[in-house]
Design a protein around this ligand. Structure first.
Ligand code: FES
Length: 251
């Protein structure tokens, strides 16, 4: 049987339904990011170490404080790097501008007039231009997180797998996917070039840019997944350190 054609009023109704719930996503973003920021402040400002046995919390790695014998607020020497990276992320900017500033809360809402708005050309929003440089630093941190992941499978008794090992592994995978699907990384790989087809055949650079563009489509999903895994891995290790739970060894 033929389906009835969609009418203008159907479209208007869908639009109204859509806009009626426009606040759900920005409100959810504000709640989750707000809780995560509070948790991170508690973790970074009120703890001087973040390791339990062969597990090292991603907030405390690499252990710069240990290298130099500084044992005050150890996480602060490193945690600012992923925090700057995450808060200057193009995807998160969209999310937290909507969630916290509500201006506009969704793409089909008009913006308030802002005569003095200078975008990211002046402080404080110019801070977001640090994103590319934060990527370089995050790459170094990622190398250490993978080293910690390998270490998380090596117990005193030899190779083994605990819940903590798996959490750190999933976290390293998600953070790697988040970092390598980054818009700034995509620009590093393929930006600054006007014409790829001018060379007659696909270049290696074009192929790399094409691959990173495919990863970039899912950047928002990796952003949330990596936030969840960093949080879960750190919380698991913190609860072990506090004696609230015991590590479960799978073998
Ligand atoms: S754009 Fe999100 S991490 Fe770079």
């Amino acid at each position: 049987m033929a389906q009835p054609l969609e009418t203008a009023s159907d479209s208007a109704l869908q639009g109204a339904t859509k806009s009626r719930y426009y606040w759900v996503t920005p409100l959810g973003t504000a709640i989750i990011l707000g809780l995560w920021v509070l948790y991170s402040l508690w973790e970074v400002l009120f703890h001087n170490s973040g390791s339990y046995g062969n597990y090292i919390s991603p907030y405390f790695s690499p252990g710069v404080g240990n290298w130099f014998g500084w044992h005050v607020l150890d996480a602060l020497y490193v945690a600012w790097i992923p925090l700057v990276f995450r808060f200057s992320c193009y995807y998160y900017r969209k999310e937290y501008y909507r969630g916290f500033f509500w201006d506009p809360p969704a793409c089909y809402h008009s913006e308030r007039p802002r005569p003095g708005y200078t975008g990211e050309s002046k402080w404080p929003l110019a801070f977001n231009n640090l994103h590319r440089y934060a990527w370089y630093l995050v790459f170094i941190v990622l190398v250490f997180l993978w080293k910690d992941t390998v270490q998380a499978f090596i117990f005193k008794s030899g190779f083994g797998v605990g819940v903590g090992s798996l959490l750190l592994l999933v976290n390293a995978v998600c953070l790697t996917a988040y970092s390598f699907s980054c818009h700034a990384f995509r620009h590093m790989v393929g930006g600054g070039k006007d014409c790829y087809s001018c060379e007659g055949k696909p270049t290696v650079r074009y192929k790399m840019w094409h691959r990173v563009s495919g990863w970039n489509v899912f950047h928002g999903s990796w952003a949330w997944a990596s936030l969840a895994t960093v949080w879960a891995a750190d919380l698991y290790i913190r609860l072990l350190m506090m004696g609230v739970i015991h590590d479960v060894r799978l073998f």
